[in-house]
Design a protein around this ligand. Sequence first.
Ligand code: S3P
Ligand code: PEP
Length: 439
Amino acid sequence: MQQGQQGWIAIRDRPLRGELTVPGDKSVSHRAIMLASLADGVSRIEGFLEGEDARATEAIFRQLGVRIETPEPGARIVHGVGLDGLRPSVQPLDCGNAGTAMRLLSGLLAGQRFDSVLVGDASLSKRPMRRVTGPLARMGACIETGPDGRPPLRIHASNGLQSIEFESEVASAQVKSALLLAGLYANGETVVREPQPTRDYSERMLAAFGWPVAFSPGIARLSGGHRLRATDVAVPADFSSAAFFLVAATVVAGSELRLRRVGMNPRRTGLLHVLRAMGADIVEENAGEQGGEPVADLRVRSAPLRGIAVPREHVADMIDEFPALFVAAACAEGTTTVRGAAELRVKESDRIATVATGLRALGIRVDETPDGATIHGGRLRGGVVGSHGDHRVAMAFAVAAQCATDAVTINDVANVATSFPGFDALARGAGFGLEVAES
Ligand SMILES: O=C(O)C1=C[C@@H](OP(=O)(O)O)[C@@H](O)[C@H](O)C1
Ligand SMILES: C=C(OP(=O)(O)O)C(=O)O
């Protein structure tokens, strides 16, 4: 372990058992703070993710003059300032590790009558921003990027935005949401079309806050000139956090876990279809609704997996689940192929390369392609892997360790707190062998 880094030593312990609730959805938490801040009136958010990414968004809105109270952990009371009530910040706005914060804010701040600067951590500072600044410029926004279209973003005061019809080349909810948020401030109708449908939380939540928005899979449209009305938001548990437990309980023999009240938005549950096609035993129970989102308890029992070709139509619906899926594929019999997932190369790390490198270190053959990989299932052995500062890669290797023959040391895991604070304790409680090691 490198000096000053936090890591894990993970080892197979016992079958995973019990019931657990994973923390609130990150995508919904970001959006709840944003829309509640721009609304007229006071909104209460329940199930807010107490992770660094969502808290970065919260801190930014405080900096922009919004009063946000924390009556108890996981709850927020947001005193909305109305569409034009934000105040400029002299200090840069720090998005930390959160691509969602930076991209959505670029659209929202492009409509303000003041300048803003958005910065991020080392990982976020390497991620591409032209995908949002390009179309926003067509709407009349003036945004300077760092070299090569990377952060920081200097957003100049708006002189008024014009709506556009935009055909996105990448399937990205962040791009779509940035343009819709800019569209709140634009003249006319903003239309976004996507090559594959992506998560529709912005559209659903805008509608819940009373803004007329028309959307169906792959297209969203709204016009400027309305107001947002304060609304209470109940954030469901994050499917992407549940994913690590779905895979772990599937691959560790003798396991049975129940994950309570997991968000089941169909644009998020691609992994469920793929794991089932590989042979997983996952049952949905108590299906219901929470805050306008479908939720269900997921009961998962261990089952042997076989490799498959992941259908391309599921890729966008499981874009954050590939580190976990790669581990499932490593434990499966036969080969699993992933294609059409080049977006993985521009996440918190290059997730194709970082997961492939770690799996190879644990004895698994992985052949990379520019837009995916072929994973040859086999016997995982112990070893040392790095997360490359990527929360989902760290958690995926904690899962991999539960079916490895020896201990796996996972370096650089502090970033897990961005999306899943308390993962290690929850995982240990379910039966993971997982110790924190500090150098
Ligand atoms: O809109 C969102 O909340 C998100 C969209 C996805 O990113 P892209 O839009 O870049 O695919 C996803 O990877 C990210 O974790 C959250
Ligand atoms: C890609 C992710 O988030 P973001 O883009 O917000 O950094 C993620 O959480 O896996």
